[in-house]
Design a protein around this ligand. Structure first.
Ligand code: SAM
Ligand code: SF4
Length: 339
């Protein structure tokens, strides 16, 4: 297996035992959300006590420490990042960090009408919007509390505001929305935006559906799309796990994120930070470092934070092992992990 190794473009500091350089951080800014998507959360959720949540200043400090260590891409996520109080000031301040090339955001789209213009002004060029159905009733069933129209308006607001790199994220579940694959691709084509299909991952214990039965592989999704459009694989490296394909007569790309069927761990360039300050070295493992403890023991000491991050490279696991049958190995829900 060929590992993605450090380049000379960025400081060679954050390199793990397998020679992979970490240049990308997914920073969760809240565990809270206005939706309760069936694959992501339980219906009744207990959220973190406020005191355990990183303040905006602490989030900024963590971002600053990473960027000073060669990280050039940060994705704000959650929970729903746009429900965090004062998110605008956080986006603006992180967007101004010297050395950061790309600030992105993953959102459910419900608040985009309000925030799209501000995101663009703050230097956000790329956003991912989650969308699993174009059918109002079904959308409500999947998200439990979401409103499709609000999300569609949000997507239009982002396009109208001038955000040029918009991508839909779609999780296909058998028996739920697999008959909408082509409609969702056509929707992306009509808006001239990209779409990525994500395989469902066993994160957190849900009782709403059986993940093994609902699982739909990227290959199955791809086969459906190819009934209408021929897909040509392209080597567009956006620094993420999506494998992109192009279709004729459209600028829209179709991506596949396949944590089960096409393991991408050898190319891993990223880590995650949860909103309670845990630096997670891998999505599918528990290896972590408590950055909140360090930041609160040594307020304002960027070096203490930097050293902890550098040392964490020693424990970054080689790969994840997902098993859809049986108990999930990772009990954290995706809203905590930061998708
Ligand atoms: N609330 C935002 C949103 O929905 O886009 C950001 C956070 S959400 C956790 C990020 C992404 O993770 C979403 O695209 C969602 O579909 C995906 N996701 C959540 N739980 C998942 C799971 N168990 N398996 C695969 N993807 C999941
Ligand atoms: Fe909220 Fe995003 Fe999870 Fe859905 S996937 S419940 S929108 S955090």
């Amino acid at each position: 297996m060929t590992y993605k190794t450090a380049t000379t473009e960025t400081p060679n500091i954050l390199v793990d035992k397998f020679g992979r350089q970490v240049t990308y951080v997914r920073l969760s800014v809240t565990d809270r959300c206005d939706f309760r998507c069936v694959y992501c959360m339980a219906e009744e959720m207990t959220f973190l006590p406020r005191a355990d949540i990183l303040s905006l200043e602490e989030l900024e400090q963590i971002a600053k420490a990473f960027v000073s260590l060669g990280v050039h891409k940060i994705r704000l996520t959650g929970g729903e990042p746009l429900v965090r109080h004062n998110i605008s000031s956080l986006v603006k301040n992180i967007g101004q960090l010297d050395g950061l090339r790309e600030l992105t955001l993953t959102t459910n789209g419900s608040q985009l009408k309000k925030y799209a213009g501000h995101l663009l002004e703050s230097g956000v060029k790329r956003i991912n919007v989650s969308l699993d159905s174009l059918n109002e009733a079904r959308f409500k069933k999947i998200t439990r509390t979401g409103n499709l129209q609000q999300v569609l308006t949000g997507i239009d607001s982002a396009i109208d505001a001038g955000l040029t790199n918009i991508k839909l994220n779609t999780v296909i579940l058998k028996g739920r929305n697999e008959d909408e694959i082509l409609d969702l691709v056509d929707f992306a084509r009509s808006k001239q935006i990209d779409i990525s299909f994500i395989e469902e991952m066993p994160l957190g214990l849900i009782d709403e559906h059986n993940r093994a039965l609902s699982f739909c592989s990227s290959d199955e999704v791809k086969a459906v799309i190819e009934e209408r459009y021929s897909l040509t694989a392209v080597d567009d490296d956006t620094g993420g796990p999506s494998k992109y394909h192009r279709m004729a007569n459209s600028p829209s790309r179709v991506g596949f994120i396949s944590p089960h069927s096409h393991n991408f761990c050898h190319l891993c360039n990223r880590v995650r930070v949860t909103v309670d300050g845990l630096l997670l070295l891998c999505l599918g493992n528990e290896h972590s470092v408590d950055l909140k403890a360090i930041i609160r023991q040594h307020p304002g000491d960027l070096d203490a934070l930097r050293n902890a991050i550098i040392e964490s490279m020693e424990i970054k696991p080689e790969k994840h092992h997902f098993d859809l049958d049986g108990e999930p190995q990772i009990v954290r829900f995706m809203n905590m992990t930061g998708g």
